[in-house]
Design a protein around this ligand. Structure first.
Ligand code: MLT
Length: 273
């Protein structure tokens, strides 16, 4: 049985799964998902470290609370929630922050504002740049209409972009499960995150100043954070490494869990050495 709890963090009750002991590893999910995207990582990592996998504000079993009118949650707010969660859990040593996609965008704010809580960084299928104008417009369109559309329509639109062509079988449990999670997401949380992502800053200028061990992972067929772009991010961070996962799209941790687990466990072990 997964070990989950719901604890007060800032103005919300935050749902989190924690397993294992040792160096703390914070697994931060993407948009519009929840902590279960990391299920295949949690089991394996928990043999080597203390895994902390929360549902971000508005996702999974974590409440949204008042996100404003119109709803918006900044990457900074999510990062502040995570820092407060670590305090609430009594985590008193710096963590390995592993952020998937939007979890990575939040990670740039965590690096900037909670550096004292950071031991190392793992960037999973994510990027540092802000949005191009048309991408920003698309986000705001979704934010403005998702309540009338419903989250199922968001799932419909996103699924083909999330998986590699070779793993995109609608009947495959991982694809069906991802569709289910997106479809069950509160449309207000979707709108709030889209507005927050639309106004996220370009973090490229901050990369040269990252002075913790950093590892990046990207699916070879990721359409949303393409390997070439992730390579540029890695080149800008001193001593960062990159592993490209074959036969995976954006959802590399779900599509190729064994390959991703190997990179994560080797990286965590190298920190312990
Ligand atoms: C994610 O996977 O978190 C999203 O695709 C990020 C984004 O919309 O840029």
């Amino acid at each position: 049985m997964p070990n989950t709890q719901t604890i007060p963090v800032n103005d919300i009750a935050m749902h989190v799964r924690t397993e294992g002991a040792g160096i703390p590893v914070l697994l931060v999910h993407g948009f519009p998902l929840d902590h279960t995207m990391w299920d295949a990582q949690v089991e394996v990592l928990a043999e080597h470290c203390r895994v902390i996998a929360p549902d971000l504000r508005g996702y999974g079993a974590t409440e949204l609370a008042d996100a404003g009118d119109p709803p918006k949650i900044t990457m900074q707010q999510y990062a502040d929630d995570l820092a407060a969660l670590l305090d609430a859990l009594g985590v008193d040593e710096p963590v390995v922050y592993a952020g998937f996609s939007m979890g990575g965008y939040i990670g740039w704010q965590f690096v900037k504002n909670h550096r004292d809580k950071l031991r190392a960084l793992v960037l999973v299928d994510t990027r540092a740049s802000d949005d191009a104008d048309d991408a920003r417009k698309m986000r705001l369109k979704m934010a403005n209409h998702v309540q009338e559309w419903g989250a199922e329509k968001v799932a419909e639109a996103m699924i083909p972009k999330l998986f590699a062509e070779s793993s995109l079988d609608a009947l495959h449990p991982m694809v069906a499960r991802t569709r289910e999670v997106i479809s069950a997401t509160n449309p207000l949380a979707i709108a709030a995150a889209q507005r927050g992502m639309a106004e996220r800053p370009d973090s490229t200028p901050d990369l040269a100043g990252i002075n913790v061990p950093t590892m990046a992972i990207v699916g070879a067929e990721d359409q949303l954070s393409q390997p070439e772009e992730v390579q540029r991010v890695v080149n800008a961070i001193p001593n960062a490494g990159l592993v490209v996962i074959p036969a995976a799209g954006h959802m590399a941790p779900v599509e190729q869990p064994d390959a991703v687990n190997l990179v994560l466990t080797e990286f965590v072990k190298s920190l312990n050495a």
